[in-house]
Design a protein around this ligand. Structure first.
Ligand code: 4AD
Ligand code: MG
Length: 459
């Protein structure tokens, strides 16, 4: 069964069948022009109905949002705007859409309103474009890694360990919350819970990813991750997708090379394969989008240390909401100053203070910084976080006890350092942050089909 994309790119032909949803209907008393869309492309197929051949009551049901099956001939179009159109012979209304009730009428709707009808917004041009690009990027991620000999490792979503050590986990339990079992000292008795212990949704697949990399050499995970951080910002979701490659024998420089190659590959893939959707978004959402994408693939990312970055920020004379000094965690206003104002291109910052980074990062000899890298992007801020990993069991154990972490649950992770430890590195790319960049959308809620944010889990 052919779809509208095939017809629009094909030759005129007799006896075609098209199915899709009405975007608009216009015309006069003799003829109706119906713009039909089936989601295969942002472009609509024009269906022309000679009204003398169609029942008036049937045509009344052809309203925005109705679902049609049309039979006719695909002919060269008389109008401008399209090469071919369908001269309808038969028309069946598969599903009506009452114009008084269907919320997606022709006028443009605000992103806020569309979030309230997230079940229908994929039928708009903007969300159709975003979702097709989202698919293309997911496909390109698998292609990139597969072509380079990485193995896709499925890491668990339910876990007993907090990979980032930030305590932002959603608990998973089957205990009766109205009647919790207690131990003798009054604590909740998790031994009676489903897994016999306290478990949560994962914040990252990295720790298990490292197990894979120290066996298969190069792996990646690509799946949902969950963070119970109460951040109501345009860049945070409580459920987001993360791509996490992990590579044995990569040092921090190899890591940065891969980060840069990876993002450029994905952006180039979008430029090559999502032209119609990008052209639409460039016209309707962000007039600098395509230029920005082309800019990123043709420029070398800046690499500089956190310490140098802080110096630039301190000397900038800029008034930041959060003041900067060595040791602070960079806020998105700082990251964006470096990327957008100072350098005008993506920046990879390295060698962060150990106190603002996770326990697993490789410690530098200075005793105060670690080999962490954040890739900072225009409009987004942090798009990737990664590091070379601490491969020495002794140093890792020392850091874990400095941080008063509970190592009991981590014995299996530490075994990678006990048995055949090796230098290795990895990173995590926030899939929706990438999509913000590639689509030019400004709110992360608008690049995932059904966003999960504080106080919001409809649909
Ligand atoms: O910097 P993060 O926290 O790093 C990790 O989780 C590491 N374990 C990754 C690794 O080395 N394998 O998160 C990685 C990326 C961030 O750079 C950001 O793009 C994205 O995940 N991210 C979020 N995206 C949307 N909503 C949130 N709440 C996010 N938190 C992080
Ligand atoms: Mg980070």
């Amino acid at each position: 069964m052919k779809r509208i994309k095939d017809y629009l790119g094909g030759q005129p032909q007799q006896d075609v069948v098209v199915k899709g949803w009405v975007r608009t209907k216009r015309g006069n008393k003799n003829v109706a022009f119906i713009a039909l869309n089936d989601g295969s492309t942002i472009n609509n197929l024009q269906v022309v109905c000679d009204l003398s051949k169609f029942d008036e009551n049937l045509m009344k049901q052809v309203t925005t949002g109705a679902c049609l099956c049309v039979k006719g001939d695909l002919v060269p179009s008389q109008g401008s705007g399209q090469a071919v159109e369908v001269q309808a012979r038969e028309l069946e209304v598969l599903g009506t859409a009452d114009p008084d009730a269907y919320p997606l009428q022709k006028k443009g709707h605000s992103m806020e309103f569309l979030r309230e009808i997230a079940h229908l917004r994929p039928r708009t041009n903007t969300f159709g474009a975003v979702l097709r690009i989202r698919h293309a990027m997911a496909f390109a991620i698998h292609k990139f890694f597969n072509d380079r000999g990485f193995f896709y490792l499925h890491t668990p979503l339910i876990t007993a360990s907090d990979a980032e050590g930030a305590g932002e986990m959603f608990q998973v339990t089957t205990l009766d919350l109205d009647n919790l079992p207690r131990t003798e000292d009054g604590k909740i008795d998790y031994s009676q819970d489903f897994f016999g212990r306290l478990t949560s949704l994962t914040v990252s697949g990295q720790l298990e990813g490292e197990l894979g990399a120290t066996a298969l050499g190069r792996i990646y995970t690509f799946g949902p991750t969950f963070r119970a951080e109460n951040s109501n910002t345009p860049r945070h979701l409580a459920e987001f997708w993360m791509v996490e490659p992990e590579m044995a024998f990569y040092d921090v420089n190899d890591l940065m090379d891969l980060e840069e190659e990876f993002i450029k590959y994905l952006v180039q893939y979008a430029l090559d394969n999502c032209q119609d959707d990008l052209a639409f978004l460039n016209k309707m959402i962000d007039p600098e989008l395509i230029a920005r994408l082309q800019g990123v693939v043709s420029t070398d990312f800046v690499r500089l240390s956190y310490t140098e970055g802080i110096e630039i920020l301190e000397k900038s004379g800029q008034k930041f909401e959060f003041p900067v000094s060595w040791g602070v965690d960079l806020q998105s206003e700082h990251e964006r100053y470096l990327v957008e104002k100072h350098f005008g291109k993506p920046v990879i910052l390295t060698d962060y203070p150990k106190d603002i980074k996770a326990f697993y990062m490789k410690q530098n000899d200075d005793g105060r910084t670690v080999r962490g890298t954040d890739v900072l992007f225009p409009k987004i801020g942090e798009i990737i976080g990664g590091s070379e990993r601490e491969s020495s069991l002794e140093k890792l154990n020392r850091r874990i006890s400095e941080l008063h972490m509970d190592t009991r649950g981590l014995w299996w992770y530490l075994d990678t350092r006990r048995f055949g430890t090796c230098p290795h590195s990895g990173f995590g790319l926030g899939f929706e942050r990438l999509l913000l960049f590639v689509t030019g959308m400004s709110n992360i809620r608008d690049v995932i089909p059904f966003p999960r944010t504080p106080k919001s889990a409809e649909f």
